[in-house]
Write a protein that binds this ligand. Structure first.
Ligand code: B1M
Length: 767
């Protein structure tokens, strides 16, 4: 039988301006209870506590609010879902919230609300990292079932970029009990999402859509899908196979009542068990399958002098560049091993993982022999990592498997145990079987085990390759488990190692090797990889093979001679600052801005629009552009000879818009040309701009807007200034054109920062 959630709370409360919904649990509990009761009477089985936004980052008395919220929901006599919504803050490096701070914020809510609740509902999830923090908080503070409800856009992506497959792998590996969708979309738009989710998940599904897509009518957000229409579409949805249904924004007790009437005869259905083997970052998946995956081996100090030095110096930029170049050479997963006796491996692994995941969407393989280093990195990793490694020794399994159970992940399982590495394939297979069996007891499924049959050099025993390949063949094709090999050890002690490595790799691929830990910067290895895929029928029209041949020559140069533009596009902050500083010595500031910084941001902006990159990368690029611009600004100020002569200009990015890179360029140029700029920052309310224009007596205000949605606020600000002062307004920003500026009654339009200077000069001269 399908179980039913309630519907919207926020939209039912009819909040007055400034009223905070969660506070009503204390200040007006009857108002909240009435809504809970209405949903309970409509037939809902699960009532969601009015605690969506209640967290200690927003409320000092969070625990009190949460306890009251749970108690009110409990008064209905129905099951209570302890509601955990987004914190409202972005996690580092996208925002300023530390991961552990986020875990403790959610922990406080769980501790306050677990008693009296029947399940924890983590809902309206738009960021995988915040989701991980919430799930950890739930797991560490209670033993209630965990329901995760994600908010996708119509293209099937979370705000931070994860698609359904990626988010689903993460939710399942972290041990949630139910997965589904809420908010953002109406029931119709959720149909394709539910279909896709069923392909990937083995968990029961919940669906709580809005009453349609939001529409803005007379400045108010409204939801127009009425109960009958809502229930009719929900019937279609139920028929796809779900276990829980309910509503989100705009739905009412009437929606839930009709929903129950129309769907109660449809049996619930839990998707069958899925065997996909997937590891992920916060936005991207690597799926194990017929086509082998490339695991980049280069972030490992063994035999690498420069990396060793970088690790001793704490030079994470070096590690990031190594990661970027391996990705560009075709790596699907990056191994990260920072084990050096003279450094603190626990801290370094954590730091390397944090830095890599901040810039790169490639899933990581966390590689350490120290469980404490693995744990530190697994905890802060945004995604489902590959763990390198566990082996057949009891102490290895008993220390690594519980970590995977808690933090999620798939494991590389080495075929060795207390008696060492068996020489024969049969001996290694036996160990693999033992590991699979023991993993099951820790609750880790076979699909999340990737067996490494171990590569031993043929220079000591020429049968070594034969036995390893025999084991790979059996493990993959008979035992049905995925396999991985660190390839290059095969040639240890021999000349021309690459020739042996390549031949061995090709043979292993032919036996069905699921992933090779190789050097993706080795052309022969990658050629073998692409050629094998083409020959094995895994490369439609040989497309990847052909493009790999074209790409090959460029790769090494990519990383050694980065331009400022490349460096910004890749989100390398320190590198961008350093290049900008160098360039500023020889190139005019405006040239650097117009030929490097703006084109870089245009390029990431376009990729963002095409869903080729996502908010985290956009932010890293924006940060890099800012770092570069700060260097240029310092140079302009140092070399500038103009002095402030007092013509005041009030400058702001308009309300609702946080894009301030362009506005900051305008500011520095204006200052450099002698104007006294009062910079109000970004997201500035119309009234605040007016207030400052009046207070300062400025005769010119400058407004910047970058989004179509914020131009109306620019128009309102202009109107306010014109109605109340004699000041003129100059506007700019990528979204504007001269004719649009005229339409919104701006006095001047500047297409770039230099034009704003010329306009200001002429205007003040004319006064
Ligand atoms: Co976002 N963003 N962004 N973004 N972002 C755009 C603007 C977008 C076009 C990207 C896209 O989808 N292709 C799109 C807007 C779509 C639209 O409405 N048409 C967009 C979106 C949708 C969003 C979010 C909603 C994404 C999300 O969360 N889903 C979100 C919005 C948040 C908000 O504002 N409420 C968001 C967030 C961000 C970041 C935080 C990641 C970051 C901003 C960081 C920051 O500024 N501190 C960011 C960035 C970097 C961009 C792009 C890639 C680059 C903007 C930029 O800095 N350009 C941008 C795509 C693009 O424009 N190619 C995009 C370089 C800058 C120097 O140019 O500002 O035009 P510009 O300034 C020029 C001239 O226009 C002029 O002089 C400057 C230099 O010559 N000028 C003036 C500017 N202001 C002037 C004022 C003047 C005179 C001249 O007189 C006063």
């Amino acid at each position: 039988m399908i179980k039913y959630f309630d519907g919207g709370m926020g939209s039912m409360l009819g909040l007055r301006a400034g009223e905070l919904p969660e506070l009503l649990n204390l200040s007006d509990p009857l108002r909240v209870l009435k809504i809970h009761m209405a949903y309970a009477n409509a037939g809902a089985d699960i009532i969601t506590s009015n605690t969506f936004g209640a967290n200690p980052l927003k409320y000092e008395n969070c625990a009190e609010i949460v306890r009251a919220g749970v108690e009110l929901a409990g008064k209905t006599g129905k099951k209570v879902a302890l509601d955990l919504g987004p914190t409202g803050r972005l996690l580092k490096p996208m925002g300023d919230l530390d991961f552990e701070e986020c875990v403790s914020a959610y922990s406080e809510v769980v501790r306050a609300g677990a008693e009296g609740s029947d399940l924890v509902l983590i809902e309206t999830v738009s960021d995988t990292y915040e989701l991980k923090a919430a799930i950890l908080a739930a797991k560490e503070n209670c033993s209630l079932p965990i329901f995760v409800s994600l908010m996708f856009d119509e293209s099937g992506r979370l705000l931070t970029g994860a698609d359904i497959k990626t988010a689903c792998a993460l939710v399942e590996t972290l041990g949630a009990d139910v997965i589904g969708f809420n908010c953002g979309l109406g029931p119709k738009q959720m149909i394709p999402l539910v279909k896709e989710l069923r392909e990937y998940t083995s968990l029961p599904i919940m669906v709580n859509p809005n009453a349609g897509l939001p529409e803005v009518v007379n400045g108010k957000t409204v939801y127009t899908v009425e109960p009958d229409e809502f229930a009719a579409v929900m019937r279609e949805l139920a028929a796809l196979g779900v276990s829980y249904l309910g509503g989100c924004c705009g739905t009412t007790p009437a929606h839930i009542k009709v929903l129950i009437e129309k769907t109660k005869n449809i049996p619930d259905s839990v998707p069958e068990y899925k065997t996909h083997t997937i590891v992920t970052s916060g936005s991207e998946s690597a799926v194990f399958g017929k086509k082998s995956l490339v695991i980049g081996e280069r972030i490992n100090p063994t035999g690498k002098k420069l990396l060793k030095q970088a690790l001793r110096d704490g030079d994470t930029e070096y590690i990031i560049k190594e990661g970027i170049s391996q990705r560009e050479c075709g790596a699907h997963i990056l191994d990260v091993n920072v084990g050096l006796p003279e450094i603190d491996e626990v801290e370094m692994l954590k730091c390397a993982v944090y830095e890599l995941q901040s810039v790169l969407p490639t899933p990581l393989q966390l590689d350490s022999a120290k469980p404490e280093a693995l744990e530190a990195a697994m905890r802060i990793y945004n995604g489902k990592p590959l763990i390198n490694s566990v082996n057949g020794k009891e102490d290895s399994m008993s220390s690594v498997f519980p970590l995977i159970k808690k933090y999620g992940g798939a494991a590389v399982c080495l075929c060795l145990d207390e008696s060492g590495i068996p020489e024969s394939a049969e001996g290694r297979i036996k160990i693999a079987e033992k590991i699979i069996d023991r993993a099951e007891k820790y609750g880790i499924k076979k699909k999340d085990l990737i067996v490494d049959a171990l590569t031993m050099t043929i220079s000591t025993n020429t049968q070594n390759a034969v036995e390893t390949l025999k084991a790979v063949d059996y493990l993959r094709n008979t035992l049905g488990v995925h396999t991985v090999l660190g390839v290059s050890n095969i040639s240890f002690g021999l000349p021309d190692r690459e020739a042996i490595n390549t031949a061995f790799y090709t043979e292993a691929l032919a036996k069905g090797l699921s992933a090779g830990i190789i050097n993706p910067k080795s052309a022969p290895m990658m050629n073998a990889y692409y050629a094998h895929n083409a020959l094995a029928g895994f490369d439609e029209s040989c497309t990847e093979y052909i493009s790999s041949v074209i790409k090959e020559e460029k790769t090494e140069q990519v990383i050694t001679q980065l331009s400022l533009k490349d460096s910004i596009v890749k989100g390398l902050k320190d590198e961008s600052a350093a290049i900008a500083k160098r360039l500023a010595e020889s190139t005019p500031a405006l040239d650097i801005i117009s030929s490097e910084i703006i084109p870089a941001l245009d390029s990431v902006g376009k990729d963002f629009e095409k869903n080729k990159l996502f908010l985290p990368q956009l932010l890293m690029s924006a940060d890099s552009a800012k770092a570069a611009f700060d260097e240029i600004k310092a140079h302009i100020i140092k070399s500038g000879d103009a002095t402030v002569k007092g013509d005041k200009i009030v400058l702001a990015t308009v309300e609702g818009d946080i894009h301030d890179i362009g506005k900051n360029i305008v500011k520095v140029l204006l200052q450099n040309y002698g104007f006294d700029v009062i910079d109000l920052g970004k997201d500035v309310k119309c009234e605040r701009v007016l207030e400052e224009v009046i207070k300062s007596g400025a005769r010119l205000a400058g407004l910047s807007a970058l989004m179509t949605t914020t131009v109306p606020n620019m128009e309102r600000t202009i109107r306010l200034i014109h109605e109340n002062t004699n000041a003129k307004v100059i506007v700019g920003g990528a979204v504007l054109t001269r004719s649009y500026a005229n339409m919104i009654s701006a006095d001047f339009y500047a297409k770039d920062a230099m034009e704003s200077v010329r306009i200001a000069q002429e205007y003040f001269k004319s006064l």
